[in-house]
Write a protein that binds this ligand. Structure first.
Ligand code: G6P
Length: 602
């Protein structure tokens, strides 16, 4: 997803912009560019491809200056290309803009500007912005940006520099993250905290509609009408080092191995060894008769596990919905319902839209998120942080398992409130949850076996996953992980559905991975495995309870744990499997093609 960095101060801006953009690389991008005021003009360098390409261009055609803005683009309007890359200029080449988000009325604005004589060279929605600012410019950049944004529909985080006012950067956000970083020798804007962590921990977290004017030794904030805004400096807690790989080959592997610690972090202060449970003052009124759990991607899978945990332990009916579907559906929201959004980043556009929609309809919104100060965190009525630490790899691992822990805590807390199951049963789950970090760690002993399995399937074109009940959800998440980073076509099926279609895909040598953690239904899965074996499938079992494993080609033993909690340890070896298949194929683990870490546009 797009990244923004801007700097004004005593130092040369170019390296600071590049370094900042590099630390946002994890968000995913396809082109990069910078605009720097070089003392007489705004010099722009931009190109399709990685930041390394931009660095090469800068070697041949260097620029320097104390004020600049930079951008990494993830194409939405127009293909990845130099002309579609940011920064974009106005026709006179004296106003430059970087933009994250989407301007929904850009066609109408383009027509309006064309009628005034403006021309356009890119296919982007963004190019209307510098020209609109130019149209309104009467010697005051801030005022021109304010007037221009009044005309914009959609989402944006914008950074602007103008040749006529080379002492400032003007920036504003609406529905797209933007922060300000403060240092003694200059100030930054950035779309995300890691971009400025090497330079400072003092930041302003901007809200929608807040305009900021950065000068080399001052930062002022105001609203669209110029009314001043006072803001407290927020001290970032995590270190720059926490955003580095710490000796692992890839962020994904590091994050897989951080799971035991991340689980402890999620539990800390919420569940103690005396089994006291507290949910950060989050309350569920007894009037709530149904919970909508809404999320995207991996977080959606966490929601599916959450539904089972909450329904089993607390008897509160839950419906799990994809945010992109929910927002355009007609959900039956009323004062007996509540909405729980789940989002690692807290910035996913569809999830955020659902949060706002639910609030507008008068529902209480609960949020499970990993990013402190994210839009979801700031706008929800109740926030539960997973405290997994920054997750850099696009494929989510520790964010997912900590979301599961969060759901188990929600389910346990609701269980105590609803008294549907006995305290003994609740305490048993609590005790097992407290040992979850050790259970998760035990999976790492299987690394060599997982690597060997990965070698076996790295050459496959298709891999199918089977499971029943919660194991089906594990299968869905495992399949997502594998396809995301290894580009192997893969699907997950509820094993009972096999006969209703998927079995037609099985032929000699087809790889079928089955997951089985629930002894009550293991014989059902066994029958399904036999059906695919009879049709020539190569089967691999990830199981803690299949008895007749002799029939399988390969079996990986999963830890013994209550079936309700089993999705957590079960997914870890499957994350590792996806990782080692990806490395065996030599692909870019942390930045898989076409994917973005944080999807801040629809
Ligand atoms: C993207 C990421 C996924 C993530 C999903 C939802 O697709 O690549 O890993 O699960 O967005 O993100 P969120 O930040 O809302 O959990």
């Amino acid at each position: 997803m797009c990244g923004i960095v801007g700097y004004i101060g005593a130092r040369d801006s170019v390296e600071l912009l590049l370094k900042g953009l590099e630390s946002l690389e994890y968000r995913g991008y396809d082109s990069a560019g910078i605009a720097v005021f070089d003392g007489s003009d705004i010099a722009v360098r931009k190109e399709k491809g990685r930041l390394a390409v931009l660095r090469e261009i800068l070697k041949d055609s260097p620029v320097s200056g104390n004020i600049g803005i930079g951008h990494t683009r993830w194409a939405t309007h127009g293909v990845p290309s130099a002309k579609n890359s940011h920064p974009h200029l106005n026709n006179k080449n004296d106003i430059a803009v970087v933009h994250n988000g989407i301007i929904e009325n850009h066609e109408a604005l383009k027509k309006f500007l064309q009628e005034k004589g403006y021309t356009f060279i890119s296919e982007t929605d963004t190019e209307v912005i510098p020209n609109l600012i130019d149209y309104y410019y009467e010697g005051d950049l801030l005022k021109a940006v304010q007037k221009a944004t009044k005309k914009l529909d959609g989402s944006y985080a914008i950074g602007v520099v103008a040749k006529a006012e080379p002492d400032k950067i003007v920036a504003v956000r609406k529905d797209s993250p933007l922060i300000v970083g403060l240092t003694d020798d200059g100030n930054f804007i950035a779309s995300d905290i890691p971009a400025i962590l090497a330079e400072t921990r003092d930041v302003y977290l901007l809200n929608d509609g807040e305009f900021v004017t950065l000068k080399k030794d001052s930062v002022t904030l105001c609203d669209v009408d110029g009314n001043p805004i006072n803001k407290e400096v927020y001290k970032v807690q995590f270190s720059a080092q926490a955003s580095q790989k710490e000796g692992y080959d890839h962020f994904m592997l590091k994050e897989i191995h951080e799971q035991p610690q991340a689980i402890r972090n999620t539990l800390r202060g919420r569940l103690d060894k005396d089994l006291n449970l507290s949910l950060d003052n989050i309350k569920f009124s007894d009037d709530i008769k149904k919970l909508y759990i809404v999320a995207c991607g991996t977080a959606y899978h966490a929601g599916l596990v959450g539904k089972k945990a909450i329904e089993t332990l607390a008897g509160l009916p839950c419906e799990v919905c994809l945010a992109s579907e929910f927002r355009y559906g007609e959900p039956l929201i009323d004062d007996t319902t509540a909405v729980l959004v789940v989002s690692q980043s807290g910035e996913t556009a569809d999830t955020l839209a659902v949060l706002r929609m639910a609030k507008k309809l008068g529902n209480k919104v609960y949020a499970i998120t990993n990013v402190v100060g994210s839009s979801v965190a700031r706008e929800a009525d109740y926030v539960f942080y997973t405290y997994a630490g920054p997750e850099i790899a696009v494929a989510s691992t520790k964010a997912y398992t900590t979301q599961l822990v969060a759901f188990y805590l929600f389910a346990l807390s609701l269980a105590e409130q609803k008294k549907k199951v006995s305290q003994t049963q609740i305490d048993d789950i609590k005790n097992q949850l407290l040992k979850m970090d050790e259970v998760a760690s035990s999976v790492f002993d299987k690394t060599e076996q997982i690597k060997a399995l990965a070698e076996k399937i790295a050459g496959e074109h298709d891999v199918y996953f089977l499971g029943r009940g919660l194991d089906y959800i594990v299968a869905m998440e495992a399949s997502l992980k594998l396809k995301e980073i290894s580009y192997i076509h893969s699907d997950a099926y509820a094993s009972g559905e096999l006969k209703h279609g998927p079995i037609a895909l099985i032929e000699d040598g087809t790889v079928v991975i089955s997951i089985c953690t629930n002894p009550d239904i293991s014989n059902k899965l066994s029958s399904n495995v036999k059906e695919v074996l009879a049709r020539g499938a190569k089967t691999i079992g990830f199981t803690s309870c299949l008895s007749d494993t002799a029939a399988y080609g390969d079996v990986l033993e999963l830890p013994q744990i209550d079936p309700l909690l089993a999705p957590l340890p079960a997914i870890i070896p499957l994350q590792m499997l996806a990782y080692y298949v990806c490395t065996a194929k030599g692909f870019d683990v942390d930045k898989p093609r076409n994917l973005a870490k944080s999807v801040t546009v629809e």
